[in-house]
Design a protein around this ligand. Structure first.
Ligand code: AMP
Length: 318
């Protein structure tokens, strides 16, 4: 039996299915979670299907969350999408169900769940959900296709990042045929507020870059307040240093109201997720996140990036 078969068999055994995703959702988290929910609703109209988790912030144009009482977890199947580590699952109640399925595309550092499908070759978890639907001949609604397409566009940086394969493009092409308004969706995903645009200017002006292309910038609370920006608005800023020719790998340190720093690491070459793992984080080889308790720890992380960039430039590592 294939893994898609196994997952479908388990889904068929339950009348109630509750789908979770990671905290601070991005388009792929919501696309995979709510795309799967839409597909299950369309194919199994008698089952109760819920999509749950914390605030979706400015991604409400993609989907909204269901609010459900604890009792509904009793005897339910829980599916978690796009979430590598159990502590990052949004909604602690994910463990209250009868069985748990993990579907993800991050390195499988925390293999939680009774049934797991982890495909690190996939550009996005939304691509995996689309693969599932196509492999099992499930009906896709227009909105399911929109959600999955949005997730793929989000996680591939509009098909630019190296995780984009010919298969990714084939899946995206099939999804486009479902007739949703892709122009509108792309605009919703790409447009930024004037405040974020102004903060981009600050980021470019203040980015520090060493001779090997290691870059960093601090976005502290004073700066975020000055530009009227919340942590959730910073997603659009994180890829920007990568558009600079001399930048090879970079860190964006975003100070949180509690005082610690959210660390967002990206790379065009050296693998950086091992650094992230050493600082309570993880993620993909070229896109990871971590946490640092103060500026000194951020500087430590930056020094690790500098060493990686130096070795990479000298061809000592890949
Ligand atoms: P971000 O910079 O938050 O967009 O995260 C980039 C990637 O790193 C995503 O794929 C996340 O799943 C992963 N990531 C971010 N923060 C953490 C964390 N604290 N622990 C594990 N993985 C993380």
């Amino acid at each position: 039996m294939t893994i898609t078969n196994e997952i479908l068999q388990m889904i068929k055994q339950y009348d109630r299915i509750i789908i979770h995703r990671h905290m601070r959702p991005d388009p792929d988290a919501l696309g995979s979670q709510c795309g799967l929910a839409e597909i299950l609703r369309a194919n199994f109209p008698k089952k109760e299907i819920y999509q749950v988790g914390g605030p979706v912030e400015d991604l409400a144009f993609l989907a909204k969350m269901d609010k459900i009482p604890d009792e509904l977890y009793q005897g339910a199947l829980v599916i978690v999408t796009d979430t590598a580590n159990a502590p990052r699952i949004s909604g602690e109640r994910y463990s209250l169900g009868d069985k748990l399925i993990k579907i993800d595309h991050h390195p499988n550092d925390d293999p939680y769940g009774d049934l797991l499908w982890v495909n690190t070759e996939a550009s996005s978890c939304s691509e995996i959900i689309a693969d599932f639907a196509f492999a099992e001949n499930l009906t896709l609604t227009e909105n399911a296709a929109r959600l999955l397409y949005g997730g793929i566009v989000g996680d591939t940086g509009r098909f630019l990042y190296p995780a984009t394969t010919s298969h990714t493009l084939q899946v995206a092409a099939k999804l486009l045929d479902y007739g949703f308004d892709a122009v509108k969706l792309n605009r919703e995903l790409e447009q930024i507020t004037l405040d974020v645009a102004k903060l981009s200017g600050y980021l470019y002006q203040n980015l520090q870059i060493d001779e090997n292309g290691a870059g960093y910038v601090f976005l502290d609370q004073a700066i975020l307040k000055k530009y009227g920006i919340k942590d959730s608005d910073t997603a659009a800023l994180v890829p920007l240093p990568g558009t600079i020719d001399v930048v090879l790998a970079w860190a964006v340190f975003v100070e949180q109201p509690e005082g610690y720093y959210r660390v967002r690491l990206r790379s065009k070459g050296p693998v950086i997720n091992e650094v992230a793992k050493r600082y309570h984080g993880g993620g993909h080889p070229l896109a990871s996140g971590a946490n640092a308790k103060d500026q000194a720890m951020c500087q430590e992380i930056y020094r690790e990036l500098q060493v990686l960039c130096e070795k990479y430039q000298k061809n000592e590592i890949v």
